[in-house]
Design a binder for this molecule. Structure first.
Ligand SMILES: [Fe+2]
Ligand SMILES: [Fe+2]
Length: 393
């Protein structure tokens, strides 16, 4: 709610003699719980929702005593908002654990309010090992997200890849915080920092272009590359599951140029020593680049892509030349493992669906000698085990 809208509510309450609960004048300033996005070896972005206008800052430090404070944004403001604050910590040490909490205070003065105390670790490009987890296609299913969070935090990873379709449809900006910041049954800040991979349902809806107010990406783009220990990974954006011209997109889709741009970016980026010579090489993208069955799609009769032919045609050569070992995706709502073939010399791993029955968590554990990928259901039962050996540099 904007400040002027709050004044209107207060004026209406005076007239009627009642306090409208929508104004929530006495509840906590922090709405739900915070979240960390876009980890790198030296930074991470905290995002948190507000129930009404407030100032906000981060207290952090290398021990639970904290001791450091970030209360200015890049534009010279003390962070403040009536609905969300997004603030990036810079200048951190690689591979280092930091404790942190967010603090809010009323705009017109008043006591500060503190979140719970959390901790996270910056990425460590020079580390000898790394562990990660992947969720996909949660589609606003609170129970599934709660179970994924519980299972994942039992063996905390260095980072979490949320591999698309967090949303169903971003038809109003108001739905975004409950999806991407503070889902009802999981405190995302209690887990690892998140790389968000956009799925077709994260770019769908007239207000999907407001998503970046509530999430962050390491390079301010929806694709990136990073090192974590012996693993080099690229995150790619497969966009929508139909051509941009499809009438259901109301003319706002421009993902085909974005796919082309990523093709050029891949060629440049994968030549950098940190990526070119990495022992293990993975790509994450929401829509798989390979399908179990690859039939033609009739988009005029309700058809949509179960694999991204557009993405594969644009990225295949650069990825194969790099030596990508596996593509990790979601989208089909049915977990799958397609081993590499002569035509497609990389495995395709696909996560499950949004229901408690179909959801899976994919974990990766890389050491100097092997990368183990495991697909588990929500009971923890192992469904698939994939062993990758290091590439020659
Ligand atoms: Fe989905
Ligand atoms: Fe999808």
């Amino acid at each position: 709610m904007t400040t002027s809208a709050m004044l209107e509510v207060a004026a209406a309450a005076e007239q009627t003699g009642r306090i409208e609960s929508a104004a929530a004048p006495d509840g906590p300033l922090l709405k739900g719980t915070p979240v960390l996005y876009a980890p790198t070896d030296t930074g991470v972005t905290a995002v948190w929702g507000l129930s009404r206008p407030a100032l906000g800052w981060i207290e952090y430090g290398p021990t639970s005593d904290l001791g450091l404070k970030l209360n200015s944004d890049p534009m010279g403001f003390v962070p403040h908002s009536d609905r969300v604050i997004k603030l990036r910590l810079h200048g951190l040490q690689p591979g280092t654990r930091y404790w942190w909490r967010v603090v809010n205070a009323p705009l017109k003065g008043g006591p500060p309010e503190y979140s719970a105390l959390y901790s996270f670790k910056t990425l460590d490009p020079a580390g000898s090992t790394t562990r990660f987890a992947v969720w996909n296609d949660t589609h606003d299913q609170a129970d599934t997200i709660g179970q994924l969070n519980r299972l994942t935090n039992a063996e905390p990873p260095d980072f979490l890849v949320w591999n698309g379709d967090v949303s169903n449809n971003i038809e109003s900006p108001e739905v975004i915080p409950g999806l991407y910041v503070s889902p009802s049954k999981a405190d995302l800040a209690s887990g690892a920092p998140i790389f968000l991979v956009r799925g077709n349902h994260d770019v769908r809806g007239l207000w999907a272009n407001r998503l970046t107010e509530y999430v962050d990406f390491p390079t301010q783009r929806s694709f990136c590359a990073f090192r974590s220990g012996p693993l080099a990974a690229v995150i790619l954006d497969t966009g929508e599951d139909k051509p941009d011209r499809h009438p259901s997109f109301l003319g706002v889709a421009a993902f085909e140029p974005l796919i082309e741009e990523q093709a050029h970016w891949l060629k440049r980026t994968l030549q950098l020593p940190a990526f070119k010579n990495a022992p293990f090489r993975l790509a994450f993208c929401h829509i798989p680049l390979r399908g179990k069955i690859e039939n033609p799609v009739d988009y005029d009769r309700g058809g949509f892509d179960l694999y991204s032919r557009r993405g594969r045609e644009a990225w295949h050569n650069a990825l194969v030349q790099w030596g990508v070992q596996a593509i990790i995706s979601g989208h089909t709502h049915s977990w799958a493992y397609l081993p590499e073939t002569a035509e497609h010399p990389y495995a395709q791993v696909v996560g499950g669906g949004p229901s408690l029955k179909n959801a899976v968590v994919i974990t990766g554990m890389a050491s100097p000698t092997e990368l183990r990928l495991v697909i588990r259901d929500l009971t923890g039962k192992e469904l698939q085990y994939i062993l990758l050996l290091p590439k020659a540099s």
